[in-house]
Design a binder for this molecule. Structure first.
Ligand code: FES
Length: 569
């Protein structure tokens, strides 16, 4: 098989000429023949002025290059799309599949024997791992790392659990304009990803436990020198993979690895977005990620990591407490320690070297968990026949068994227009319902599931209500919030049938979310909606492709033509 610069030559009908031409062009960069004969390690560059989370990417790239060269291979950096949560309209999720396709095709198109993908902001690691699973070239994942914490009035705070908490306090009139402006400059004090257990941290932990990243890669703070050394070490590993040809993603992304990822996601108080991304990654492999298995794991695996939004601390504290290896040591037999890692050994080897930090209280023993059950639960019922997810670890205990009157919003725009209307007919015991916010409905399934508490209730001290939608929610958010209702309302899911004033029951113990209307009324409303014309398709471009091809939340919202071939109907 062709290696290095000889891989994937353009076919002019003369292979010698194709290589001659390729070398002639690349020599314009000043490379020697010695350099061009080496195995090649590709390195993705996701730096962007629009992506402060990846602000340290240039430094990490330099360190990876150094590692590759120290090990005798040739690094080649290439750009791909970069996505930041706050700078991707209509939503970053809309672009995740585009980034996965871009990354996959650029890895396929250019000559390389291994690749290092550097990412971190929420959608980037999932997109890169989806691409890696499809290309199946040896891949090392290097997360950019979490931000360090901020401080305000003696309080430790950070992006973006505290963004939401303090903004809610501002909405409720507890924090004035001048103070919220000061807070705004203190929530994200460095480059790196959100330093709570949001989606970025969840996906970095998942990458580490699935063996795609080196130990401690999820938790080392972005600005620390240790992260630069980790990048250098990752480059060295990638050079070795380029020579040896593996392990490949297909050798690491096994059923055990997916189960281990689910166990860790439950134990860290992981983001609900991780469920969608893991489903999408699994659908790029011969293996399935089952919502039912996730729920079953959640009944056995307690939340052990005390991080916001479920707990009190931040990623740098998790790191100083021993990081993921120390957590795996606590999880013991709940993890398959024989799972392989990119470094060549198994998780057992990593656990054997886990640091024991005296007196740390961030990673709890199983005898004293933060929450007795896992981070999230999976619900079914007549409102979610295809499933829904609730982050029980960040919910209000008293609302987990609750029946209330529906207050329905047709769309994000409708919610924005009416939620703070003083005349809105709403009480703290009602259930806020948001629809048309799923993969196709919005489109792109925005993180709109964290419906704000109506201002008039917030001002009376209401901090949480039951909220349900077909949207997603930021992993940094908290509340009694049911998400990913499947199928979504825009494709005829039963959420479309709810009317304001109906009663809705959330029954966490029974794992159900139900609309309490009789069957005849349910059928009549369904028949009435069946006659409605579907929303028109966008006329062109990526939006049209997205609308035609995006799968539902339970299948990971990937495009139907991107899943592994054996999964096609
Ligand atoms: Fe990038 Fe939170 S905005 S990780």
């Amino acid at each position: 098989m062709a290696r290095g610069l000889r891989k994937g030559l353009t076919n002019y009908g003369d292979e010698g000429f194709a290589l001659f031409l390729r070398k002639a062009f690349i020599k314009a960069m000043g490379y020697s023949d010695d350099a061009l004969e080496r195995p090649i390690v590709g390195i993705t560059n996701t730096y962007s002025d629009y992506n402060p989370c990846h602000g340290n990417a240039p430094q990490l790239i330099e360190a990876v290059k150094r590692g590759v060269m120290l090990a005798g291979a040739m690094p080649m950096v290439f750009p791909t799309i970069s996505i930041h949560e706050s700078f991707a309209h209509p939503t970053s999720m809309f672009l995740r599949n585009l980034m996965a396709m871009d990354t996959e095709e650029m890895i396929r198109a250019q000559p390389m024997d291994a690749v290092v993908v550097i990412g971190g902001c929420d959608k980037t690691l999932p997109a890169q791992i989806m691409a890696a699973a499809s290309v199946d070239l040896p891949t090392v994942v290097v997360p950019v790392g979490p931000m360090v914490v901020g401080h305000h009035r003696g309080e430790v705070l950070g992006a973006c659990t505290d963004c939401r908490r303090l903004w809610s306090a501002h909405r409720a009139g507890e924090i004035d304009e001048a103070e919220i402006d000061v807070v705004n400059g203190r929530l994200a004090p460095s480059v790196g990803t959100c330093m709570v257990m949001g989606t970025a941290s969840t996906m970095a932990c998942i990458s580490e436990v699935m063996g795609l990243s080196l130990p401690m890669s999820a938790t080392i703070p972005a600005p620390h020198a240790e992260r630069i050394r980790l990048a250098e070490a990752s480059g060295q590993v990638a050079a070795k993979l380029a020579v040896e040809g593996g392990p490949r993603p297909s050798e690491l992304l096994t059923p055990s690895a997916f189960r281990n990822a689910a166990v860790v996601m439950q134990a860290i108080g992981g983001s609900t977005n991780g469920v969608i991304h893991l489903s999408a990654i699994a659908n790029r492999t011969p293996h399935a990620f089952s919502l039912d298995e996730l729920d079953e794991i959640g009944r056995k695996v307690p939340v052990l990591v005390d991080l916001k939004p479920s707990g009190a601390h931040y990623m740098e504290h998790f790191h100083h407490a021993g990081g993921l290896p120390a957590l795996l040591a606590q999880l013991g037999e709940l993890i398959d320690l024989d799972a392989r890692t990119i470094g060549g050994g198994t998780l057992r080897d990593i656990v054997a070297t886990a640091e024991v930090v005296p007196g740390q209280d961030v990673i709890r023993p199983r005898t004293a968990p933060i929450k007795p059950q896992g981070s999230m639960a999976v619900l079914y019922g007549n409102l979610a026949p295809g499933g829904a997810v609730i982050k029980q670890a960040a919910a209000s205990e008293r609302l987990l068994q609750h029946t209330g009157r529906a207050v329905v919003f047709e769309s994000v725009e409708d919610m924005a227009a009416r939620i703070d209307d003083p005349d809105l007919d709403v009480t703290a015991e009602d259930v806020l319902v948001l629809r048309n916010t799923g993969p196709k409905g919005a489109p792109g399934m925005p993180e709109a599931g964290y419906l704000p508490i109506p201002k008039k209730l917030g001002r009376t001290g209401v901090k949480d209500m039951v909220r349900i939608s077909d949207a997603r929610m930021s992993g940094t958010a908290f509340g009694t919030i049911v998400l990913h209702m499947t199928p979504e309302s825009a494709v005829g899911g039963p959420l479309a049938l709810v009317e304001s004033g109906d009663m809705i029951r959330l029954d966490l113990a029974g794992r159900r979310i139900d609309l309490l209307i009789d069957e005849a009324t349910f059928a009549r409303r369904k028949a009435a909606r069946a006659g409605e014309a579907p929303a028109p398709l966008p006329e062109r471009g990526y939006a049209k492709l997205f609308q035609q091809s995006v799968l539902q939340a339970d299948e990971g919202c990937d495009f139907d033509f991107m899943t592994a071939p054996r999964r096609k109907p």
